[in-house]
Design a protein around this ligand. Structure first.
Ligand code: NAD
Length: 263
């Protein structure tokens, strides 16, 4: 067996949403390094272009596209454009996400809708669009969160969305399995990205490094491995789930969290 070949994505085409930052940027880099042509899709097109520049500097192939994953028409157009431009779609990483912290007792309806639209409905829209065009051997990977395993105050909307994403992952897996399309998730633990940094901006927009480092240490101490995840750790799990190496795995969620939760 050619082990490296099991992880190779040469000739494959991947779309990574939320590819303009953090875990999505790392996933785009790793998938491109494995040989895929990557469509880096993000609301923040400048972020997506920065990701593409990084991929190209490393010798990979990628293009940037602007998309709002909460808009089903935009997501359908992204998939159609990918197929007309590259001939196929083999890997979709539904990764874009936002977090708004507020106790559930105070969450207004429009905020709840927005968090569900970006984190949950996007998984439905992306997977539906991909399922229209994907061939046997294709793979969908959804970025969920460690929040699916336990609750913390102020994260109820986000948790509802991610737990819903886990349900969509499993149901798409059973519905698309007979067509040879696999559907899995990753559940990252606390990771240094835009989402976690956002919380440590003061009123003037300045990043508070000390408070951030303290929280990172606290999160690391709470894990059996004594470490927090880096974006590339999640990206490597995405590569496994996107590649032939995981050809017998579907409906599964890989926890990339230093052992903070196990299921
Ligand atoms: N960082 C963590 O600790 C952590 C832990 C668990 C799960 N996650 C999940 O990882 C995923 C990636 O987040 P990240 O941590 O890399 O944060 P990030 O903020 O660095 O990246 C999120 C990206 O999503 C994009 N995005 C936001 N709304 C969008 C929309 N409507 N349409 C298209 N793109 C949009 C942003 O522009 C950004 O580039 C998210 O689904 C998040 O919930 C993160």
């Amino acid at each position: 067996m050619d082990l490296a070949n099991m992880f190779r994505l040469t000739g494959k085409v991947a779309v990574v949403t939320g590819g303009g930052s953090g875990i999505g940027r790392a996933a785009a880099g790793v998938l491109a390094a494995a040989g895929a042509r990557v469509v880096v899709a993000d609301l923040d097109v400048e972020g997506a272009e920065k990701t593409v520049a990084g991929v190209e500097a490393d010798g990979g192939k990628a293009v940037a596209r602007q998309v709002d994953v909460a808009d089903p028409d935009a997501v359908n157009a992204l998939v159609d454009e990918t197929v007309s431009g590259f001939g196929q779609l083999d890997v979709l990483v539904n990764n874009a996400g936002i977090m708004v912290r507020r106790p559930l007792t105070e969450v207004p309806p429009d905020e709840f809708d927005r968090v569900l639209s970006v984190n949950l409905k996007s998984v439905l829209y992306g997977s539906q669009a991909a399922a229209r065009v994907m061939r046997p051997g294709s793979s969908i990977v959804n970025t969920l969160s460690t929040i699916i395993d336990f609750s913390t105050p102020g994260t109820g909307s986000y948790a509802a969305a991610k737990k819903g994403g886990e349900a969509l992952t499993r149901t798409f897996a059973v519905e698309l399995g007979p067509r040879g399309i696999r559907v899995n998730g990753i559940a990252p633990g606390w990771t240094d990205t835009g989402i976690t940094r956002e919380r440590h901006m003061d009123e003037t927009g300045e990043f508070q490094q000390n408070g951030f480092d303290e929280l990172a240490d606290k999160m690391a101490t709470a894990t059996p491995l004594g470490r927090v995840a880096e974006a590339v750790d999640s990206a490597c799990a995405v590569l496994y789930l996107a590649s032939e190496a995981s050809r017998c795995v579907t409906g599964h969620v890989i926890r990339v969290n230093g052992g903070a939760s196990m299921a």
